[in-house]
Design a protein around this ligand. Sequence first.
Ligand code: ATP
Length: 364
Amino acid sequence: MNSYSIAVLPGDGIGKEVTEPCVDLMHLVCARIGGLKLTTQTLPAGANTYQQTGNALPDSTVQQARAADAILLAAMGDPAIRYPDGTEITPQIDLRFILGLYAGVRPVRSIPGVPVPLADKRAADIDFVLVRESIEGLFAPNAVGTLTNDSVATETLVITREVSEKLFNATFGLWEKRRKTGRGTNRVTCIDKANVFGAFAFFRKIFYEVASQYEAPSEHAYVDAMAMHLLTRPWEYDVMVTENMFGDILSDQAAALVGGMGYAPSADIGDKHAVFQPCHGSAPDIAGKGLANPTAMFLSGAMLLDWLADKHDDNNARKAADLIERAVFAAFADGKLRTCELGGDSGLFDVTNAVSSAAKNLSI
Ligand code: ATP
């Protein structure tokens, strides 16, 4: 029996609401598959923790997260609770820097039964991964912006060879993994703005250096063109990789293609540690109303188990991840669940019940 310790950081708003159903689902699938066990430890962090203690990310939380086999994080932040300089509280971003989580892996996949905004029937085939560099670019912590005399503001975009090489190796590794499972059939696309910025020309140069070591067909695209291609032919893409800020923006657009933020899981992966969390924020507008869609959280839980499976060569963890994915697909298959992002009234409990019941009943 393999046993894994999972640090659980529910955070704020709907983050707290989607956490418990996800942890329950993960225990459920592990019990059904057998041969693996999760021990979970809930840790404080986020805007409410800041309000109560003056520290959004306590040292003890970081220590325990670091010691865990994997970290499950829901959503953090609240526009009503801010630092004295007016910025929002984002310990989830701090954790990426602290743990060196350079690869933000964001799978985007249409779920049959969930309506998509594009009318073209090929939208049902959307299945790509956007890899967002997550510790430098325009978010680099060592590139503090300036404001001079209330007249000139600057920000700095940082691209390093070390992080870019690791990022691209992770990206091509992902392509190889998808190809093994019959999904990595297409190509790897580097998204940049190398025609205008030297930093992006450097980013692209390193991309092709790393690409030369892999079999995957590779190409590049400008971010502005990609914003259009994502709307006109997203089904043609397979694995894409980009800088932090571009990835932040494009991943919200990508989530919209398959139903909205409630359907978009993610993983932030480094050399040693990994955090799994839905792409959405704490959504204060719907918090406390039972409307939160837990699907992105469930799929993030599946990504966590799949990552443990790779790391520990654990076939039971892979089966548990697969069972969550199949349960999500089964729950939405008849098209009756309609979550609030899509104008329906299926809420947290409806989606949780449908997915849990599929996870209990599907064959393994
Ligand atoms: P952030 O600014 O940190 O990204 P946010 O919560 O303000 O966080 P998003 O996560 O981008 O913003 O979400 C935008 C809107 O999408 C939310 O205000 C909410 O209405 C909706 N939304 C987000 N996640 C979900 C979800 N899981 N279920 C249902 N609706 C959601």
